[in-house]
Write a protein that binds this ligand. Structure first.
Ligand SMILES: [Fe+2]
Length: 177
């Protein structure tokens, strides 16, 4: 499924409200929190922020595909939001594999559901895979997105709502990479 307009994207994201994938917050709140954390950390990088906002869209579109949710989401937004946003969405599960393989403290704070889906997503990375990940064009942004992803599971946290994202989404949609 391809989302061809900001309106269609916002409607799809809205479907994440009250949809759960085993985490403490619903999918919409999770993605809003992820985008807000990245907006605070990287205020000038709208593409990274928007990637955070849409990163689990694949789970909204296909709740039964944890192993493919990253690519499902990337395919849905690529024509609208451009190649970099799509690559960040596509790679966020691989960034988990990378961090699990390189940062013991990271593994210790993963949610139960993230640990459960890790094996489905390929498990830990071998050295050659880690080297390949680090050499990737978007590795720094992928790690930033992944760390925000894991932090964005706080019940009751107040963050900007979906409507507040429209200007940034339209800006990124107007200037796809
Ligand atoms: Fe996520």
């Amino acid at each position: 499924m391809r989302l061809e307009s900001v309106d269609a994207l916002l409607a799809a994201l809205q479907r994440g409200a009250n949809a759960h994938d085993g985490e403490a917050v619903d999918l919409l709140d999770h993605m809003l929190q992820c985008g807000a954390l990245l907006a605070a950390a990287e205020p000038d990088d709208f593409e990274l922020q928007v990637a955070g906002l849409v990163h689990d869209l694949g789970t909204v579109l296909d709740p039964n595909g944890p192993a493919t949710h990253a690519t499902t989401g990337a395919d849905a937004v690529e024509s609208l939001l451009g190649a970099r946003v799509a690559a960040l969405v596509a790679g966020h599960d691989q960034a988990k594999r990378y961090l699990v393989s390189t940062d013991p403290a990271y593994s210790a704070q993963l949610s139960e559901m993230s640990v459960a889906t890790l094996a489905l997503q390929g498990g830990t990375m071998r050295e050659a895979e880690r080297t390949q990940f680090e050499a990737g064009e978007y590795s720094t942004s992928l790690v930033a997105l992944r760390r925000a992803d894991d932090a964005a599971k706080i019940p009751g946290l107040t963050v900007p709502g979906l409507d507040d994202w429209r200007p940034k989404l339209e800006r990124v949609a107007d200037t796809p990479t």
